[in-house]
Ligand binder design. Structure first.
Ligand code: ATP
Ligand code: MG
Length: 656
């Protein structure tokens, strides 16, 4: 029978260290939090080789007396709490008294500190958790400097798990951003290998900080939010509906200045945007929650990133109703170009211009939706999703019909455009948006208007075999076949065609063709996203996307696969980035990863439900279907073509 033994202290400490210190960014987070707790007004962070060689943090906080230095690096030693009750009213970042000890356990650490009024400072060197000598005097100004070298030198497995330098530094800059955004009164400087990455002087508010960290264009798309519930105040910014991500990476929640991850808050945010974002897109948010520390338990996880609210419903409701009220209050027409229906044509945005009457309809919807039920906690009615299918929503006796004129998904052209568009290729043009802002250009070659396109009887859209085709509800195509009839799901079919094409190209050449863009597109990202993008430049190139560093966290997209021309290069780039970030964490098999990328790209670039197709587009779609498709299913497994034989029809009508 195995014997039970008490573990040696150094092993206990290493186990504890493993929980708190996962990678270099965890060290940065813990040391900077200590500096903030010490009341620092300037914090300088120097990193060498993404933290594996050196992490140095200097602050001008209250400092420590020499005799305190050894205690500071001892497990369960803290100046922040002293009795059990304190645990239930935590006002500081730290309280567990383990961070410095954990860092010291797995590195070579030097603490230099000088307390207020002291003649000189003191220095303590620790290696693998053991002090090398007594604290020695050193000259320095008030404050503390902590140097961490050779992280994980004595835990080689941890070191082996570290990712590339770009990814690790991405995590570090993300950690700094999470600390800098809510602590706007503190000057933060982050340097990597001697080069300044961030210099964030004290700022007037959060938006200024976000602007410096994420870029002014990104910050300009943020909507201020103020919300109040019983015992809780929420303030900050949320993104316009056209500023989205394919994951939660740009959702920053701060609880009393502490960055937290919280599923229920993420859910509230998604609910608040319901109907305004397409499936798989997530809103951007920077929200600060202020509440009495006794109402929340932060002692849930060693990294303190997860917390437990005593009354999470209140926070949920305050956030949801706060955002809804803001959407109600604000003038929807002042939204940026791609507007409420967001995402470049995906939801039929009429070239970005939002019909004022429609905006009013949306306001009415919000009013109905948030209605008398307490703080809008009830789930929205199914037709809250009308935004996704505007045509369907405003017809068939909808109660909005009287208030809102018929919705026309596409802008009418000032100058009539002949069917097929000026000089466009039937298919290329039919499925590709015209140049941005081109008058009368309509996504996917949608028909400009009935008057302009009133085709003579003999010019009805036809299949390649010459059978008439009808598009119904801008979603399905119906036509006669030799043995019966076919019903096509236009999105599923086009997605399938694109998928087959790009998969074949990828299989044959190991990459997708790339086309140089005339005007490269800068895309502003979070530090974590930027790091992932640059780390995966080669993978992007394999998918025909050329993404290069453009200063700070901005990446310049200068090439994209012409085969996916319907969607914007930036959209495809963000889509692929989202997959790489998610699957990178899961260490996905390359084959799976590549297939997911191909599937998502095909889905994004395909015509959508709700896209009105020109006759030539229908014909070309069906022609390509004949050529390309061996299966009747879209890459997601949904059928794309239903075939009904005359016999089956007769059976259904009980003729036989
Ligand atoms: N930069 C600093 N300036 C002043 N005092 C510091 C600084 N860093 C650490 N200390 C002191 O060292 C103690 C131990 O720090 P450590 O980070 O290990 O624990 P903690 O912050 O109390 O709790 P936690 O483990 O939750 O972070 C702190 O309580 C604080 O008194
Ligand atoms: Mg601490």
């Amino acid at each position: 029978m195995p014997e039970i033994k008490i573990l040696p202290p150094s092993l206990i400490n290493k186990i504890a260290a493993g929980e708190v210190i996962e990678r270099p960014s965890s060290v940065v987070k813990e040391i900077v939090e200590n500096a903030l707790d010490a009341g620092a007004k300037k914090i300088e962070i120097d990193i060498e080789k993404a933290g594996s060689d050196l992490i140095r943090v200097s602050d001008d906080g209250c400092g420590m007396r020499p005799e305190q230095l050894k205690l500071a690096v001892t497990q369960h030693a803290t100046s922040k709490i002293s009795e059990t009750d304190d645990l239930f009213r935590i006002g500081s970042f730290g309280f567990r008294g383990e961070a410095l000890a954990s860092i010291a356990e797995v590195s070579q650490l030097v603490v230099r500190s000088c307390a207020e009024g002291a003649e000189h400072g003191a220095e303590l060197r620790v290696e693998g958790g053991k002090p090398l000598s007594e604290p020695a005097p050193c000259g320095m100004r008030r404050g503390t400097t902590i140097e961490v070298r050779n992280l994980f030198f004595n835990t080689p497995v941890r070191r082996k798990f570290l990712k590339g330098a770009l990814t690790e530094f991405g995590h570090i800059s993300e950690a700094v951003v999470r600390l800098a955004i809510p602590n706007t009164d503190v000057h933060f400087v982050l340097r990597h290998n001697g080069r300044i990455v961030y210099d964030l002087p004290p700022s007037a508010g959060m938006r200024e900080r976000i602007s410096r960290a994420f870029g002014p264009e990104f910050a300009a798309k943020l909507i201020p939010i103020e919300a109040e519930g019983e015992g809780v105040r929420i303030s900050g910014y949320i993104g316009h509906p056209d500023l989205t991500r394919s994951n939660y990476s740009c959702q920053y929640f701060f609880l009393n200045r502490r960055f937290i991850r919280d599923k229920s808050l993420q859910h509230a945010l998604v609910q608040a945007y319901r109907g305004m974002l397409m499936v798989g897109r997530y809103p951007v948010a920077f929200l600060e929650i202020k509440m009495d520390p006794s109402q929340v338990d932060v002692n849930v996880h060693p990294t303190k990133m997860e917390v437990r609210f005593l009354e999470s419903n209140r926070v949920y409701a305050a956030l949801l109703s706060g955002i809804r009220n803001e959407f109600l209050r604000s003038d929807m027409r002042s939204r940026p170009a791609s507007g409420l229906f967001g995402e470049g044509g995906e939801q039929n945005s009429p070239q970005g211009a939002l019909d004022p009457a429609l905006a009013e309809g949306v306001r009415q919807d919000f009013l109905e939706w948030s209605g008398p039920s307490p703080a809008g906690r009830t789930a929205p009615t199914p037709d809250a999703n009308i935004y996704l299918r505007p045509q369907a929503a405003f017809s068939a006796g909808s109660k909005r019909e009287s208030a809102v004129p018929e919705f026309r998904p596409f802008v009418l052209s000032d100058t009539p455009t002949p069917p097929g568009g000026p000089g466009r290729e039937p298919f290329g043009g039919a499925f590709s948006p015209g140049p941005a802002g081109e008058p009368g250009s309509t996504p996917f070659g949608a028909e400009p208007s009935r008057e302009e396109t009133a085709l003579p009887q003999d010019e009805v859209p036809r299949t390649p075999d010459g059978k008439p085709v009808v598009q119904i509800h801008n979603c399905f195509l119906v036509f006669e076949t030799e043995t019966g009839m076919a019903l096509v799901d236009q999105h599923a079919l086009h997605e399938r065609i694109l998928y087959e094409k790009i998969r074949t190209q990828f299989k044959e050449t190991g990459k997708l063709d790339s086309q140089q863009m005339l005007v490269p597109e800068p895309v502003e990202l979070s530090p974590e996203e930027a790091a992932c993008a640059l780390e995966n430049q080669k993978t992007f190139r394999d998918f025909g996307i050329i993404a290069e560093p453009f200063g700070g966290n901005t990446v310049l997209v200068s090439g994209y696969p012409p085969i996916l021309e319907k969607s914007s290069p930036a959209d495809i780039f963000i889509e692929v980035l989202g997959i790489l970030m998610k699957r990178g964490k899961e260490n996905a098999e390359p084959e799976d990863l590549f297939d997911e990328i191909l599937r998502r790209c095909a889905c994004r670039a395909a015509v959508k439900e709700g896209d009105k197709l020109r006759g030539d587009a229908m014909r070309e779609l069906l022609r390509q279907a004949q050529e390309e498709i061996n299966s009747h299913h879209c890459p997601h497994g949904r059928p794309s073509i239903l075939l009904l034989s005359v016999q089956e029809l007769e059976k259904m009508f009980k003729r036989t």
